[in-house]
Design a binder for this molecule. Structure first.
Ligand code: MLT
Length: 325
């Protein structure tokens, strides 16, 4: 009996040691960073900048994988069900919070089905129209949209996308309802705007600054409380009369629930190192993005923020009646 017990304990100890050493050795192969929107768009731009730097820190490739659909919820559900083995991570923005109010049946719970690693960067948004849209400034845009609401469409990346959230805030601010044209990310939405197939788009500076600077779109202002360094002459929507209009995009990095703590800690260090990497900092700053404050670069910082965002946006979304099943 005693012999059997000794064998059992030795076996368990060996198993535990193997698990612990696998975690210490992590990573030993390519890591997947899932992006919930189309390649080339704003979330993808942030993810690829971080992934390139994190690959150097971790000594293994961090590969960006775009999993599209349903405003980011297809990717979130995929990650919630993925193996918690340290080889699947997820980057998502405000949609991780807003989807809880937007979808009646969300196939995951953002507050219980994930591990939290860190926030990353905050990104302003910009309100744009196709280049030949008749309105040349915000007052003209408001007047024109109010007078022609039934003929105007507004592109977005689906329910749960920040482009949808920002568009909804704009509609609410000026008291109109426009025709929504959903895409699987704002990269294809921007192509449609550039091609003149859609009228309006509210999108992140990480994609829009090059187009604004090239003059290939009409630009009406930024969605932040204050003007931004990357576009110092651009007025905010709030200072032009849309009082209290504020949408700022924040990004969080997550893992499937149950991913071992030592891996989460190493991943947090790699994210922080990427956010201090001069190449990443410069690229993000040129595109209007700012590294999140220190207190948000922790698992607790992300988790607390996510909960606060769920509480903030839920009532606003419900008041607007924008739901999907
Ligand atoms: C994207 O990466 O395509 C955007 O973040 C989608 C959005 O939320 O508007």
């Amino acid at each position: 009996m005693q012999v059997r017990r000794t064998f059992l304990l030795a076996g368990l100890a060996a198993l535990f040691a193997a698990g612990a050493s696998a975690q210490t050795a992590w990573p030993t192969r390519t890591i997947s960073l899932v992006v919930p929107f189309a390649a080339g768009g704003p979330t993808d731009v942030v993810a690829r900048s971080l992934a390139a730097s994190m690959s150097k820190t971790l000594g293994q490739t961090v590969l960006v994988e775009n999993k599209l659909g349903a405003g980011g919820t297809v990717a979130a559900a995929f990650v919630a069900r993925a193996q918690p083995d340290g080889y699947t991570f997820f980057i998502h923005h405000n949609g991780m919070a807003t989807s809880t109010a937007l979808y009646r049946k969300l196939p995951y719970n953002p507050l219980t089905d994930f591990e939290y690693i860190s926030q990353a960067v905050d990104v302003p948004m910009t309100l744009l129209a196709r280049k030949d849209f008749p309105a040349n400034n915000l007052p003209e845009l408001i007047a024109y949209v109010r007078a022609n609401a039934s003929k105007i469409n507004l592109a977005n990346a689906g329910l749960g996308a920040v482009s949808q959230l920002c568009g909804m805030m704009f509609e609410r601010a000026i008291g109109v309802k426009l025709t929504a044209v959903p895409f699987q990310g704002t990269a294809p939405a921007m192509n449609a705007l550039l091609g003149g197939q859609v009228d309006l788009l509210c999108d992140q500076t990480t994609q829009t600054i090059p187009q604004i600077k090239a003059g290939s779109v009409k630009f009406y202002g930024v969605t932040t409380k204050n003007r931004i360094k990357a576009l110092p002459d651009a007025p905010t929507l709030a200072e032009q009369g849309l009082k209290d209009f504020e949408v700022l995009v924040w990004h969080g990095i997550y893992a499937p629930k149950g991913t071992p703590k030592p891996i989460l800690e190493k991943m947090n260090m790699a994210v922080r190192a990427a956010l201090r990497d001069p190449d990443v900092v410069k690229r993000m700053a040129d595109l209007g993005a700012e590294v999140a404050s220190d207190s948000k670069l922790t698992p607790e910082g992300l988790q607390t923020w996510l909960k606060a965002e769920i509480d903030k946006w839920g009532p606003i979304i419900k008041a607007n009646g924008a739901f999907a099943d």
